[in-house]
Design a protein around this ligand. Sequence first.
Ligand code: SAM
Length: 280
Amino acid sequence: MSGPAGLPPLREVIARHGLGARKSLGQHFLLDLNLTGRIARAAPGIDRGSVIEVGPGPGGLTRALLAEGAAQVVAVEKDSRCLEALAELAAAYPGRLEVVEGDALEIDLAELGTAPRQIVSNLPYNISTALLVRWLIALAADPKAFSAMTLMFQKEVAGRLVAAPRSRDYGRLSVLTQWLCRARALFDIPPRAFTPPPKVTSTVVSIVPREEPLAPASLESLEKVTAAAFGQRRKMLRQSLKSLGNPAPWFEATGIAPTARAEELSVEDFCALADCIAGG
Ligand code: SAM
């Protein structure tokens, strides 16, 4: 079957360009056009500004984004073997696909393309949380850096992003993500949909930045307090926060019980503690 715009099937592209998957680059290719189309349609308003795609690989999701009407896709790929295949795709969609060879852990995505910028990616799992934290740091500095992020994670990581207090998965990543964004798990994709199949199920997550953070706090102190609290998540806060100073006045100022444990605190509670700690 031919793909959109009469392009050759992805399996043929992979074979012709010798794109055997490399584990070190987290390569699991999604070749099912129904699924790539579903991810592209989950990204809001792609007809404006730029979609920044991290790790296009042979270009399956890239094709779907273009076919679904993305005004411009800027695709950042570390594996130079993929560049020729992506150049063919760029030629099929003149002026709408820019390919950047490079490492998404080093490139400032907020400088690529034009605003509003959104990120869409079937992320390389080995660096998915490092990438997300990097983009959250950019959003803490500028809530308009990205208008949306539609990202595929391992199901277990997706669970941590959307977890509510008092659940097993609630932790640092939940607090940092939900402080700045609204995060929602959209749908799962089974291992068999990928070539080669990963060991685990994947989940597509919608992460939409809030206009303003949920509560005032500095990223630095929020990182410190969540690291201390969740670093010893079974301990009461009066014990786990000791590494940051004498916590007694912070409990008094916030009304948070010294006997509470990290997982019982809301995102707003963590912000209140972070604010006290930053205030000295
Ligand atoms: N988008 C393709 C798809 O859905 O079939 C490929 C997804 S695959 C899970 C992850 C992609 O990210 C691979 O193409 C890999 O080469 C690329 N990648 C890995 N590390 C990267 C990095 N640091 N910067 C940019 N791309 C990277």
